[in-house]
Write a protein that binds this ligand. Structure first.
Ligand code: SF4
Length: 348
């Protein structure tokens, strides 16, 4: 059995491990700097750490370079997709998105996904395994290297983050540690399809991250599109969102996916407005492109989406219409499966 990766430990856990080894817990600060600022990937390369301690750590933990990612770049908008394959063969993907002034990374929390959303290529893959904190943090580091800078991170890649919450939470603590990556929690968004108990847990935590809830759609069609709805029905998800907003004083982000002819009519807009009435929120409308690897939307789709947006705005809610990026490299919402399948489009 291989030793656990030392990069799966938060600094607090590392301090505890050092004390258990008869060392000073404060040495964790220096170790964190070596691991995350200098990118040490070998116990012998821990600058400023006595050899005796490096050897003790090497006997209990592993530390080796994480796999390099294969890189795809969109010809249409510059979006970068990174394909990782971890040593056990588990695939994961990250996407770097270039906005007008900022750069954001969309990272994966699991290899594959057990949720089975019918429109999602990751869902069609099934579940391989949870990603470890070190594997999640490695994605951010690779995205930052690929883009040259990173302003925000969203957990919207492969997997349902709240079904791997222990590891995702640890990765957030590691990413935001001021002795390591020092990435602000306020620039991290975690998106869930609606795991109610974790939404409630997050509301009571001290984490400063943002919460996004993927409504997908507002009516009874949701259970068809997202089987998770059977376990956590939309009304319970909205109630949990309300609780989160009250408890934290923050707004929640709702994501609504516009499927052509499925949920983009006037009645659907009214249903959506009714559903989220009174919840402090920001609404993102995602124009879904069902063409595998395609870049062209069917005629009239954008206009129809703008009509939907107008109806929402007329109902008193601000809605941002988000056009998918990186569709030519299958990097858009719901398309992440290339590392496992050699490229695939959504199944809707
Ligand atoms: S949409 Fe998200 S939760 Fe649903 S199957 Fe895809 S990755 Fe999983």
């Amino acid at each position: 059995m291989t030793n656990p990766d030392i990069r799966d430990l938060t600094r607090q856990e590392l301090a505890g491990a050092l004390i258990a080894l008869g060392e000073k817990g404060t040495r964790a600060d220096r170790l964190y700097t070596c691991l995350y600022r200098k990118g040490a990937a070998d116990f012998a390369a821990l600058d400023g750490i006595p050899r005796e301690l490096s050897e003790k750590l090497a006997a209990r933990y592993s530390l080796r370079p994480l796999p390099a990612a294969e890189k795809l770049i969109s010809k249409t908008d510059g979006t970068i997709k990174l394909l990782f394959r971890f040593p056990d063969g588990a695939p994961a993907e990250s996407v770097v998105l270039f906005n007008k002034k900022t750069v954001s990374a969309c990272i994966s929390s699991q290899s594959g996904c057990a949720c089975g959303c019918t429109f999602c290529a990751t869902g069609a893959l099934g579940f391989r395994r949870d990603l470890k904190p070190s594997e999640i943090v490695a994605q951010l580091a690779a995205c930052r290297r690929a883009a040259g800078k990173l302003d925000s991170v969203v957990f919207m890649g492969m997997g349902e983050p709240f079904l791997n919450w222990a590891n995702v939470k640890k990765s957030i603590l590691i990413l935001s540690d001021n002795k390591g990556c020092n990435f602000p929690q306020t620039k991290i968004t975690v998106s869930t399809v609606g795991v109610v108990p974790v939404i409630r847990e997050l509301a009571g935590s001290h984490l400063e991250i943002k919460l996004a809830i993927s409504l997908i759609t507002a009516g009874e069609k949701r259970a068809e599109l997202a089987p998770m709805d059977k376990k956590y029905p939309l009304k319970d998800v909205i109630e949990a969102a309300r609780y989160y907003c009250t408890k934290t004083g923050k707004a929640v982000f709702f994501e609504y996916i516009l499927f052509d002819g499925v949920n983009d009519g006037a009645q659907d807009a009214a249903k959506l407005l009714e559903l989220i009435k009174g919840v402090p929120c920001k609404l993102n409308l995602i124009l879904y492109n069902p063409l595998p690897g395609g870049t062209a939307l069917p005629p009239g789709r954008v206009e129809k989406a703008k009509e939907f947006q107008k109806l929402i705005m007329a109902g008193g809610l601000r809605a941002h219409l988000r056009r998918e990026k990186g569709t030519d490299i299958s990097a858009a919402c719901g398309q992440l499966a290339a590392a496992a399948q050699g490229g695939s489009g959504p199944a809707l």
